[in-house]
Ligand binder design. Structure first.
Ligand SMILES: [Zn+2]
Length: 118
Protein backbone atom coordinates (compact mmCIF):
# COMPACT_ATOMS: atom_id res chain seq x y z
CA UNK A 1 0.00 0.00 0.00
CA UNK A 2 1.43 3.36 -0.99
CA UNK A 3 1.70 6.06 1.64
CA UNK A 4 -0.44 8.57 -0.25
CA UNK A 5 -3.20 6.04 -0.91
CA UNK A 6 -6.52 7.91 -0.65
CA UNK A 7 -8.08 5.11 1.40
CA UNK A 8 -6.86 2.78 4.12
CA UNK A 9 -7.60 -0.24 1.94
CA UNK A 10 -4.96 -2.20 0.05
CA UNK A 11 -5.36 -2.89 -3.67
CA UNK A 12 -6.03 -6.53 -2.79
CA UNK A 13 -8.78 -5.58 -0.34
CA UNK A 14 -10.32 -3.16 -2.84
CA UNK A 15 -10.28 -5.89 -5.49
CA UNK A 16 -12.02 -8.34 -3.14
CA UNK A 17 -14.64 -5.71 -2.25
CA UNK A 18 -15.14 -4.85 -5.90
CA UNK A 19 -15.78 -8.54 -6.65
CA UNK A 20 -18.21 -8.73 -3.74
CA UNK A 21 -20.14 -5.66 -4.96
CA UNK A 22 -20.31 -7.14 -8.49
CA UNK A 23 -21.57 -10.42 -7.03
CA UNK A 24 -24.23 -8.66 -4.94
CA UNK A 25 -25.31 -6.54 -7.92
CA UNK A 26 -25.76 -9.65 -10.07
CA UNK A 27 -27.75 -11.34 -7.30
CA UNK A 28 -29.87 -8.23 -6.77
CA UNK A 29 -30.63 -7.92 -10.47
CA UNK A 30 -31.82 -11.54 -10.59
CA UNK A 31 -34.02 -10.95 -7.55
CA UNK A 32 -35.39 -7.70 -9.03
CA UNK A 33 -36.50 -9.49 -12.19
CA UNK A 34 -38.62 -11.81 -10.03
CA UNK A 35 -39.99 -8.89 -7.99
CA UNK A 36 -40.91 -6.91 -11.10
CA UNK A 37 -42.71 -9.97 -12.43
CA UNK A 38 -44.64 -10.29 -9.16
CA UNK A 39 -45.58 -6.59 -9.23
CA UNK A 40 -47.37 -6.87 -12.54
CA UNK A 41 -51.10 -6.28 -12.11
CA UNK A 42 -52.93 -9.53 -11.54
CA UNK A 43 -56.25 -10.26 -13.19
CA UNK A 44 -58.56 -10.96 -10.28
CA UNK A 45 -60.98 -13.55 -11.47
CA UNK A 46 -63.82 -13.46 -8.96
CA UNK A 47 -65.06 -16.88 -9.93
CA UNK A 48 -61.72 -18.61 -9.67
CA UNK A 49 -60.29 -16.71 -6.70
CA UNK A 50 -62.29 -16.73 -3.46
CA UNK A 51 -62.50 -13.70 -1.20
CA UNK A 52 -59.88 -15.00 1.21
CA UNK A 53 -57.28 -15.85 -1.38
CA UNK A 54 -57.93 -12.47 -2.99
CA UNK A 55 -56.97 -10.83 0.31
CA UNK A 56 -53.90 -13.10 0.46
CA UNK A 57 -52.96 -12.00 -3.00
CA UNK A 58 -53.26 -8.31 -2.18
CA UNK A 59 -51.23 -8.76 1.01
CA UNK A 60 -48.55 -10.58 -0.92
CA UNK A 61 -48.41 -7.68 -3.34
CA UNK A 62 -47.92 -5.35 -0.37
CA UNK A 63 -44.96 -7.47 0.75
CA UNK A 64 -43.62 -7.49 -2.79
CA UNK A 65 -43.81 -3.70 -2.94
CA UNK A 66 -41.85 -3.48 0.33
CA UNK A 67 -39.26 -5.86 -1.08
CA UNK A 68 -39.16 -3.82 -4.29
CA UNK A 69 -38.42 -0.66 -2.27
CA UNK A 70 -35.65 -2.38 -0.30
CA UNK A 71 -34.13 -3.65 -3.55
CA UNK A 72 -34.16 -0.14 -5.02
CA UNK A 73 -32.30 1.15 -1.95
CA UNK A 74 -29.73 -1.68 -2.10
CA UNK A 75 -29.20 -1.03 -5.80
CA UNK A 76 -28.62 2.69 -5.21
CA UNK A 77 -26.13 1.94 -2.39
CA UNK A 78 -24.21 -0.61 -4.46
CA UNK A 79 -23.96 1.73 -7.46
CA UNK A 80 -22.89 4.56 -5.16
CA UNK A 81 -20.20 2.32 -3.66
CA UNK A 82 -18.89 1.55 -7.16
CA UNK A 83 -18.78 5.25 -8.01
CA UNK A 84 -16.84 6.01 -4.82
CA UNK A 85 -14.47 3.17 -5.60
CA UNK A 86 -13.75 4.66 -9.02
CA UNK A 87 -13.25 8.08 -7.42
CA UNK A 88 -10.86 6.56 -4.84
CA UNK A 89 -13.17 7.68 -2.01
CA UNK A 90 -14.49 4.29 -1.04
CA UNK A 91 -14.52 3.10 2.58
CA UNK A 92 -14.85 6.51 4.19
CA UNK A 93 -17.88 7.04 6.47
CA UNK A 94 -20.20 9.64 4.91
CA UNK A 95 -21.37 10.72 8.37
CA UNK A 96 -18.14 11.17 10.36
CA UNK A 97 -15.41 10.79 7.74
CA UNK A 98 -13.57 8.00 9.53
CA UNK A 99 -12.22 4.93 7.72
CA UNK A 100 -14.63 2.02 7.66
CA UNK A 101 -12.75 -1.19 8.65
CA UNK A 102 -12.24 -3.77 5.90
CA UNK A 103 -14.04 -6.39 8.00
CA UNK A 104 -17.24 -4.32 8.01
CA UNK A 105 -16.96 -3.49 4.31
CA UNK A 106 -16.51 -7.13 3.45
CA UNK A 107 -19.80 -8.00 5.16
CA UNK A 108 -21.63 -4.86 3.94
CA UNK A 109 -19.67 -3.64 0.89
CA UNK A 110 -22.46 -1.15 0.07
CA UNK A 111 -22.45 0.51 3.49
CA UNK A 112 -21.87 4.30 3.39
CA UNK A 113 -21.38 4.53 7.21
CA UNK A 114 -19.02 3.17 9.84
CA UNK A 115 -20.42 0.90 12.58
CA UNK A 116 -20.82 3.80 14.99
CA UNK A 117 -22.83 5.94 12.51
CA UNK A 118 -24.71 3.15 10.69
ZN1 LIG B 1 -19.00 7.26 11.03
Amino acid sequence: MSVDSPTHLTDGQLGALRDEIDRQLAKLQRSMRVTNEALRPVELDQTAVGRLSRIDLLQNQGLTRNLHQREQISLALLLEALKKMEAGAYGVCTACGSHIPFERLFVFPETPDCAACG
